[in-house]
Design a binder for this molecule. Structure first.
Ligand code: APR
Length: 254
């Protein structure tokens, strides 16, 4: 394997950037499985991130997602989000496919982001599915673990639920179909800040590799990959900015 991700980026026609929670870590948004700091170290996903959990205790579940949503409202895109938005100006086509439910890619300037696991900013009625609009002002930051009664649907009075994909739920068909399609046709696939343990999202790098794309993983924690894949060991903001410089020279905000 002689070529490098930077050389491949330079001649790529279509780049896919696939992100996980690690891409937002430097914005202060907790990941899920990092030692000590990950959300699943401190909270039980079965108690919070399933539809059964919501129906059993809507206020506990809603309060937890409101705490997460307010953290995102108060966060800023980091160097990785900005470099990914910048990369779009150097390649003919760039698609961001994210597992994250924050809007930091969009706030960094990325367009048409595919959200495989939904978004904290798109709640809907758990019964009739009607979209619900939440106030964007981040009033008082809810304490983590505080119970907040979910809003009610204006059409049917059902509970409003978070617009995220819970464990045991299917991914939105259009998002999954779009993510699969771009993984199958891209030349370069950058997998940034994901532990790669949650399917079907974790299938995407394998699909890209299978059709001959250059696949590179960016993560400060090295894990095994095939000899055909690249591994850029380090934090997403540092690695993405140096990859951009190596591929396209000093970009404006370097
Ligand atoms: N830069 C890049 N990667 C980082 C950074 C950083 N600064 N900090 C941590 N990481 C890496 C961790 O080493 C880990 O491999 O980010 C990864 C985060 O993994 P997870 O916490 O498992 O998050 P993710 O892969 O996005 O989880 C997938 O699981 O709980 C569900 O729906 C949830 O979308 C989520 C899915």
């Amino acid at each position: 394997m002689t070529s490098t991700p930077a050389l491949q980026l330079r001649k790529a026609q279509h780049v896919v950037v696939f992100t996980g929670a690690g891409a937002s870590a430097e914005s202060g948004i907790p990941t899920f499985r990092d030692e000590l700091t990950g959300l699943w170290e401190r909270f039980d996903p079965a108690q919070l991130a399933t539809s059964e959990a919501f129906r059993a205790d809507p206020s506990l579940c809603w309060g937890w997602y409101e705490w997460r949503r307010h953290k995102v409202l108060q966060a800023q895109p980091n160097g990785a989000h900005l470099a990914i938005a910048e990369l779009a100006m150097h390649v003919p086509k760039l698609t961001v496919v994210t597992q994250n439910v924050d809007d930091l890619h969009e706030r960094a300037g990325s367009q048409d982001v595919i959200h495989l696991h939904g978004s904290l900013h798109s709640p809907r009625c758990i019964d009739c599915g009607l979209a619900h609009t939440l106030p964007l002002t981040s009033e008082a930051q809810p304490e983590d673990g505080s119970r907040i009664e979910p809003p009610r649907c204006s059409a049917c009075d059902g509970y409003v639920r978070p617009g995220v994909v819970w464990f045991g739920e299917m991914l939105p068909e259009d998002a999954w179909g779009a993510g699969l399609a771009v993984a199958q046709e891209c030349d370069v696939f950058l997998s940034i800040g994901t532990s790669g343990v949650v399917y079907p999202a974790a299938e995407l790098p394998l699909r890209a590799l299978g059709q001959g794309a250059t696949v590179a993983h960016i993560n400060p924690v090295r894990f095994d990959v095939s000899s055909q894949e690249h591994f850029l060991e380090g934090p997403a903001s540092v690695m993405m900015q140096s990859l951009l410089r190596e591929a396209f020279g000093n970009h404006p905000d370097s």
